[in-house]
Design a protein around this ligand. Structure first.
Ligand SMILES: Nc1ncnc2c1ncn2[C@@H]1O[C@H](COP(=O)(O)OP(=O)(O)OP(=O)(O)O)[C@@H](O)[C@H]1O
Ligand SMILES: [Mg+2]
Length: 557
């Protein structure tokens, strides 16, 4: 046999002695920044975010008005205990180990549903962070309201991505909900704009039906009370839309289907796929759609995708989307910012890549408490939300931030936008938010999403422009009136002397004249100004010609 290696070279067999599989938990232990555990403040906020989003999702699905308690106790330098509890539906005991001790396990990933959580990683990430910074388990108390309460302590067996139960007690009590407690080190608490307090404050703004009680490390208690008793509609899962599907997705879905024939598989697995549409698809493909879906080959699925491209479908159903609503957003904005001007807008739903429905809500507040106080003045503030969960980190790469910067605010009368007392609120809702990373703090630059945010902001910008120019005119009018009245009063006294008539009567007559003139002037000017502004804003139409629209029909079949 010829020896192929020479000098310092090593043989493949030797190198591959190191080859082994890694568990997902092992991966995140080494790369915890992907989950949001980078930086002392951010790590603490991430823990609160995971607990609160889970509580709100669980309550929303169960139709319960959420009551959430969060406590952060200081146990030493950069050492805290975080506890959270909710009045949600509780977790059936057989699922508790996987919820807290296994990554990529949950009720949301596979469902295409508008919830705050998506991946099945969040709370197991909290367990992992607790265990790698303090070596302590997560403590869980949960009950589904069946009279049995379970208290469990567990850690994750990292190499197996599996829970390691250290303690399990069961006792009788009528209570329902879930509570967790963890100990973490190397984190920091503060009241700043990226800390847990601000996270909870913004959660309360976007979730007016929620009551959150927070006790901070100094023992201060804050109650973010609910301003609405209305429970949002439980989210409805939406089936995938044919447009935007890929071959691999069809193959995967076909493996999981209970349907016996490919044609009924297509109808039952996809939205907007009727029997009539399947007949159209049959015309384009070279094989019989009566076949077993599990036997579909890659090239047959390619044929299906090509046929879908040639067929028109109704746009995706929007029933899976539930916005906060203009009234609630307005109340929240007015409540916390008491602005001089505010405008709120919810855009009609649209679809982003892959035929996934989404919707955008925006608000703008100017003056009052709006904006961010920085030492030397006030700067603009952006409040980003995805499915009503605040996004406090990674603003730079986020589609929302980019859409806000793409708007020419000068055009709407906000000259120095960056340094103005302005708060912009943006919430993106979708059955699948395209996050940049598992830490879920930033939305990927999907063109359709950016376009919708931009149009919504342009519209509220236009409303500000109208308000602003009316206000400017009112000020100018008042200034003119004051000048005329001053002259009027001097004139009245001179006329009184000359004519020997009552000065007060003359003054009143002159004042009436000034009032009439100013009002008349105002009406004329207003008409002229408004038509001038309309012409100016016409150029700002929603020109999206360069963005290809999905090929949807608009009429019901
Ligand atoms: N407080 C809770 N009440 C009821 N069920 C919960 C609660 N917290 C978690 N769960 C269940 O545990 C699952 C796993 O939660 P986890 O936070 O790990 O993932 P997720 O919320 O599905 O997605 P993400 O990783 O995006 O947060 C959830 O899908 C949910 O079914
Ligand atoms: Mg979660």
């Amino acid at each position: 046999m010829v020896n192929m290696t020479a000098g310092n070279e090593r043989e493949a067999d030797d190198l591959f002695k190191e080859f082994r599989e890694t568990s997902i938990t092992e991966f995140f232990r080494k790369n915890r920044a992907h989950l949001g555990y980078s930086g002392k403040l951010r790590s603490l906020t991430t823990i609160v975010h995971e607990i609160v989003t889970n509580a709100l999702d669980a309550c929303e699905e169960a139709g319960i008005l959420p009551e959430i308690q969060i406590g952060i106790d200081s146990l030493g330098v950069e050492h805290y205990r975080v506890s959270g509890s909710d009045n949600g539906p509780g977790i059936p005991i057989k699922h508790v180990p996987d919820v807290f001790g296994k990554m990529l396990a949950g009720t949301k990933f596979h469902r295409n549903v508008q919830l705050r959580g998506q991946q099945g990683i969040g709370v197991a990430g909290v367990t992992l962070f607790s265990q790698i910074t303090t070596g302590k388990p997560i403590k869980v108390k949960t009950s589904t309201g069946n009279g049995k309460v379970h208290e469990i302590e567990l850690m994750i067996d990292i190499t197996k991505n599996k829970a390691d139960i250290l303690k399990h007690e069961e006792y009788s009590e009528y209570w329902r909900g879930t509570g967790i407690g963890i100990e973490v080190k190397g984190v920091k608490f503060n009241l700043g704009e990226r800390g847990p307090f601000e996270y909870l404050r913004r959660t309360a703004i976007a979730n007016p039906h929620t009551r959150i009680t927070f006790i901070d490390p100094e023992g201060r208690k804050t109650i973010f009370d609910r301003s609405s008793e209305k429970i949002p509609k439980p989210p409805v899962p939406v089936r995938a839309h044919p447009k935007g599907l890929e071959v691999d997705e069809i193959i995967n879905m076909a493996k999981a289907t209970k349907a016996r024939k490919a044609n009924s598989f297509l109808v039952t697995s996809l939205s907007r796929m009727s029997n009539a549409k399947v007949k159209e698809i049959q015309e384009y493909v070279s094989f019989d759609l009566d076949k077993n879906p599990r036997k579909l080959t890659w090239s047959e699925c390619e044929e299906i995708i090509n046929a879908i491209e040639k067929t028109k479908f109704l746009a995706p159903s929007m029933e899976g989307l539930e916005a906060i609503g203009e009234e609630h957003v307005r109340n929240a904005v007015l409540n916390i910012l008491d602005p001089e001007f505010e405008a709120v807008l919810t855009r009609p739903p649209k679809v982003h890549s892959g035929g996934i429905p989404f919707q955008v809500e925006v608000a703008i507040a100017v003056g009052g408490q709006a904006g961010r106080n920085v030492g030397e003045g006030t700067r603009y503030e952006l409040m980003r939300f995805a499915n009503k969960a605040p996004l406090l980190f990674d603003a730079g790469g986020c589609a929302i931030t980019k859409a806000v910067s793409s708007v020419d605010w000068k055009r709407y009368g906000i000259k120095d936008f960056e340094n103005s007392p302005v708060t912009v609120f943006v919430n993106v809702l979708s059955t699948h938010i395209p996050y940049i990373s598992a830490g879920k703090q930033s939305i990927a630059e999907d063109r359709k999403i950016m376009k919708e945010v931009r149009f919504a902001l342009m519209e509220v910008g236009r409303r500000f422009q109208l308000y602003h120019s009316r206000k400017r005119r009112a000020l100018e009018k008042e200034a003119k009136k004051q000048i005329l009245l001053r002259y009027g009063s001097e004139l009245a006294s001179a006329l009184a002397q000359l004519s020997n008539k009552n000065e007060e009567k003359i003054r009143k007559a002159l004042q009436k004249l000034v009032d009439e003139r100013i009002t008349g002037m105002d009406l004329e000017e207003e008409e002229a100004n408004e038509s001038e502004m309309e012409t100016m804003l016409e150029g700002e139409s929603e020109d999206d010609s360069e963005i290809p629209e999905a090929d949807f029909t608009t009429e019901e079949e």
